[in-house]
Each structure stands twice: as C-alpha cells, then as structure tokens.
Design a binder for this molecule. Structure first.
Ligand code: C2G
Length: 129
C-alpha cells in the first residue's frame, strides 16, 4: 500500500483544497491529512480560523479521497509522521515549493500546482464587500 501525506489548515474548505486532496490521493492508495490545530494556526501560522480544528477535521474526513486525519501541532513533526505512518510520498501545494525538501531523505516529495483564483483569504475578502 502506497501511503501519501499532506498538511494544511483547510479553513473554509473550498474546491482548491479538494483539487489538492484528489491529486494527492492519485499519487498512492492511502491519504493521510494532517490538519493544523487551532493552537498551531494561531501561535505559529498567525492564522485565525473561521472553523475550529474539530469542525475542519469533520469536513476533511467527509472527502472521499481522505483516509485518515491527524493533528498538525508543530512545524517539526513531519519527519516523525513520515516514519510512524511509513509514508511513501509527502505532497503539498507549490506555494511551498522547496520548503520541505529535507523530507527527501525519508520519502518522495511532490509539490503540486495550486488551484488559481481561489483561497480562504480571498473568500473572506469577497464576503466583506
Ligand atoms: N491549496 C491549493 N490551491 C488553493 C488553495 C490551497 O492547492 N487555491 C493547497 C495548499 O497549497 C495546501 C493545501 O491546499 O497544500 C491546504 O492549504 P492551506 O489550508 O492554506 O494550508 P497551509 O496554510 O498552506 O498549511 O505544514 C504545512 C502547512 O500546514 C500548510
């Protein structure tokens, strides 16, 4: 079984997120999604989420491509996660191009093109108009 992992906040879930998860699943047979906790988002990513971790987890778990959701609590857990879950491929959007190349010592690293024109930030801006 080829296992894939990806990480993200996935707030205000939208089709850009789903496009990423669909392509991530196509890279293997089992997709693990590590969702940033509220504390990690606020303290380390300076992101204030609309939905709580539990709500974001519930939404992402409902996506057909997703097999397991785990919490992302810090920047440092990726190597341990790859080892613990015996992950073959780490995948993330190319807005992170190169940032996680250190994982190449442990698994394949793939950066996928983002879906243009949609983002949680843009949704929030549009809703304020
Ligand atoms: N994404 C995408 N297209 C968009 C928006 C997002 O492909 N229009 C992808 C991002 O590249 C990322 C995933 O969807 O791979 C989740 O996006 P975010 O929730 O914004 O995640 P981010 O804040 O980038 O967190 O340790 C890594 C971080 O947790 C990544």
């Amino acid at each position: 079984m080829k296992k894939v992992i990806t990480y993200g906040t996935f707030d205000l879930l939208h089709y850009g997120h789903v496009n990423l998860l669909q392509r991530a699943k196509e890279l293997g047979d089992y997709l693990i999604v590590a969702i940033s906790t509220d504390e990690f988002n606020w303290n380390k990513k300076q992101k204030k989420c609309y939905f709580s971790y539990e709500e974001r987890k519930r939404l992402v778990e409902a996506i057909r491509y997703v097999d397991l959701v785990i919490p992302e609590e810090n920047w440092e857990q990726k190597v341990e996660d790859v080892k613990e879950f015996k992950v073959d491929t780490f995948v993330i959007g190319d807005d992170w191009e190169g940032k996680f190349d250190f994982l190449k010592d442990y698994c394949e690293v793939v950066y996928l093109p983002r879906t243009p024109e949609i983002s949680t930030t843009q949704i929030k801006k549009d809703l304020k108009k």
